[in-house]
Design a binder for this molecule. Structure first.
Ligand code: NOJ
Length: 704
């Protein structure tokens, strides 16, 4: 297809239609699709909305084929629509929420999950997913932390790359390839007070060092689209923020794909106080280079008038439409507008046995064991009582399971009873009647819809009834294993007395089966926290990666140091923390010189030893700091990690290559700094308990 020729034949109305994305119910009344967000009446005439260039959310092959037929029938130039949807942690085979995927510290798993999601969603003719969400966040009040990869830039980058690679399954024109739209540019995860959609105000130093890298990784991995964030960024809504879109995203970061708004966000610039009305919003959007407006119709309604009034140029429209048509060509839609949509493919591929089995295998590394005084793993012969609100619950998929169906899930009561004697099962926290059991499994936490979009909250403490139950059980000498459910870090301070604690997150279609495997010791837990767990909600925003202050906390000088009067400054459990059923040790093998000039990489070889008779996987983490440094550095910054399988009593050598890339820090003008300094490398199995290597950093003169 010659895109230029096609563009030349299009009317202005047809072009503005391409720049508009609408949900399926605009085309077929009986649409089974639910749209995430409040859909306003856009007051569009039929001949206007039938021009839409893309469709948001689609239920299945039948629905896609009907909508595409309607659009093609109406399209003078036979331009197919693009179908986009939120395929976030699976299509119908649901995988762990992204935050739980990050907890695996194993990006390969995410790649495989997304490849399956791409294949399944292709059966409904979905061409683009609104994922990955690569917004870093350090605030558990923000409910969308469940959709991201946590608080750390490096982990976020690695997960982002794997996520995009997974969706991009095969070649773009292949059935089963899902184009990706990384989101939400920029800084959505830094909303003030963790309140969704709220103001983001950020220094460029912080943006370049912490928030920008994962968006860049998505671009470098070939993500075709970028979704702008709902929030203001440094005073201007991201949707119309020219500096963000033109200078940073396009020029500085080299993004050359399609830029889309979030749902209704162009219209919402009026509520932000930035645009006078919808006409003004359309003008600002076109000047910022916003190519598709999702769920609103300001371009269709006012674009022609703005052009006639000389407020926008034809070039601005043509540039946008060219990119949209080029994406359709890239995905092969001009040759096959129904690409992949097929009832029979749906039947054989969606929730197939193969995919469901993969959901078990790929989810096993997400649960995080926080405490174990030896009660786990459970022996199959044990007599167990199961209590708490999740005992018989099927609501274990996680918040973004748009196509998933909880009713097909197994419950803990079902999965546990296959291998253990469940003497009692109750959904309450009442344990007063429990006796004559070997252990109690107590389920607690927040519900699957307590996190996700618009689910900000300040109450992140565990239900007090859980700690009361633990106390009662301890009085009666009954060991308690707590399973914590959550889409965000919760405050576990009240339940640390339990004998064992597993952070289960929400693991999707096979949640209960996966946790049962872990409880029984069929596999050792190996997850690590992708966000620190707090002692109090008032600590947010926080991360292990914070700067020091000029008055660091000093327990011996309690007056003028940084602290809270009423709570310990540290997290309850730090970033990168998580136990296995075994025990490992690590030792540095390499004899290092005490200075380095960066002209060749620094090789570090470690020996990890499994000191137990369990098969385990441990994550060796390397952190760094440089002192002095301007700009200043985080106290610790993760620069490498490796997840290693260890057979019983096995010793394995693990090698890391430290390069000057690991030392990069940007100032607010994006200049890199490598000044002479003392480099401290730290290593360990979590961010807190680390050993240090101190090196004199004297950069070679070629390194500027
Ligand atoms: C709003 C959300 O912020 C965004 O992430 C999502 O992709 C769109 N709605 C479409 O559902």
């Amino acid at each position: 297809m010659n895109i230029k020729d096609l563009l030349n034949q299009m009317t202005i109305e047809e072009k503005l239609g391409q720049m508009t994305q609408l949900p399926p119910h605009m085309f077929i009344e009986a649409s089974k699709t639910t749209v995430y967000g409040d859909m306003r009446d856009l007051e569009l005439k039929k001949q206007e909305y039938l021009l839409a260039g893309s469709v948001l959310g689609i239920k299945d092959a039948d629905e896609m084929i009907s909508v595409q037929n309607i659009i093609l029938k109406h399209s003078r130039l036979k331009i197919p629509a693009l179908f986009m949807a939120d395929i976030i942690h699976g299509y119908e085979t649901i995988f762990p929420i992204p935050l739980a995927q990050a907890a695996s510290f194993n990006p390969n798993l995410t790649k495989e999950m997304n490849a399956i999601a791409a294949v399944e969603s292709s059966t409904a003719g979905i061409h683009v997913t609104f994922a990955p969400m690569v917004d870093l966040s350090r605030d558990a009040r923000w409910g969308r932390v469940m959709e991201g990869y946590g608080e750390d830039p490096l982990l976020n980058e690695k997960m982002t790359k794997a996520a995009v690679d997974g969706y991009h399954h095969g070649n773009p024109k292949d059935v089963g390839y899902l184009a990706s739209c990384f989101k939400h540019f920029a800084g959505y995860g830094a909303s003030e007070a963790g309140r969704d959609y709220n103001t983001v105000d950020m220094s460029y130093e912080r943006f370049y060092n912490v928030y920008q890298p994962s968006y860049q990784v998505a671009i470098d991995a070939g993500s075709e689209m970028c979704m702008l964030a709902f929030n203001t960024f440094n005073g201007i809504p991201a949707t119309i923020n020219r500096k963000l879109t033109q200078e940073i995203l396009k020029k500085q970061m080299g993004f050359d794909g399609v830029i889309i708004s979030d749902f209704d966000a162009l219209h919402q610039t009026v509520a932000h106080g930035a645009a006078r009305d919808d006409e003004h919003a359309a003008e600002l959007g076109l000047h910022a280079g916003l190519m598709i407006e999702m769920g609103s119709s300001t371009y269709l309604t006012y674009g022609k008038k703005l052009l006639n009034d000389g407020k926008i140029t034809l070039k601005q429209i043509d540039d946008a439409v060219y990119k949209i048509l080029a994406l359709k060509e890239h995905l092969g839609l001009f040759d096959d507008p129904y690409k992949g949509a097929s009832k029979s493919r749906e039947k054989t591929l969606v929730r197939s046995e193969k995919h469901l089995n993969a959901a078990v295998d790929l989810s096993l590394e997400s649960p995080v064991l926080l405490k174990n005084n030896g009660v786990l793993p459970l022996n199959k012969m044990k007599k167990i009582a199961l209590v708490g609100p999740f005992s018989k619950s099927q609501a274990l998929l996680g918040a973004w399971h748009w196509h998933g169906q909880s009713s097909q899930n197994q419950t803990y009561a079902q999965t546990l009873s296959k291998d253990m004697t469940l003497v009692s099962v109750s959904e309450s926290y009442d344990v007063s009647h429990i006796k004559d059991v070997d252990a109690v499994i107590l389920t607690t936490g927040e519900g699957e819809y307590d996190s996700g979009e618009s689910k900000s909250k300040v109450g992140i403490d565990i239900d007090l009834q859980a700690s009361e139950a633990i106390k009662t059980l301890q009085k009666n000498n009954i060991p308690t294993i707590v399973l914590v459910h959550g889409g965000r870090p919760l405050n576990l301070t009240s339940i640390t007395a339990a004998d064992a604690i597993i952070y289960t997150w929400f693991l999707g279609s096979k949640h209960a089966e996966v946790i049962t495997h872990i409880l029984l010791g069929n596999v050792s837990p190996s997850g690590k926290l992708p966000m620190s767990l707090p002692r109090h909600v008032g600590q947010y925003p926080m991360s292990y990666h914070d700067f020091n202050t000029g008055r660091p906390f000093d327990p011996h000088n309690s007056e003028y140091t940084t602290k809270y009067l009423d709570i310990d400054l540290t997290p309850l459990y730090p970033f990168g923390y998580g136990l296995t059923y075994g025990e490992a040790s690590v030792a540095l093998i390499t004899e290092l010189k005490n200075h380095w000039d960066g002209s060749s990489p620094l090789t570090l070889i470690f020996q990890i030893e499994n000191k137990s008779n369990f098969v385990i996987k441990e994550v060796l983490q390397i952190y760094m700091n440089m002192h002095p440094s301007i700009p200043v550095r985080p106290v610790k910054k993760l620069i490498h990690f490796k997840k290693q399988l260890l057979n019983p009593y096995e010793k394995v050598l693990v090698e890391f290559s430290i390069s000057i890339h690991d030392l990069i820090i940007y100032d607010e003008d994006k200049n890199q700094h490598f000044d002479p300094s003392t480099l401290t490398l730290m290593y360990g199995f979590n961010s807190k308990d680390t050993k240090e290597i101190i090196i004199d950093w004297r950069p070679h003169h070629d390194i500027t």
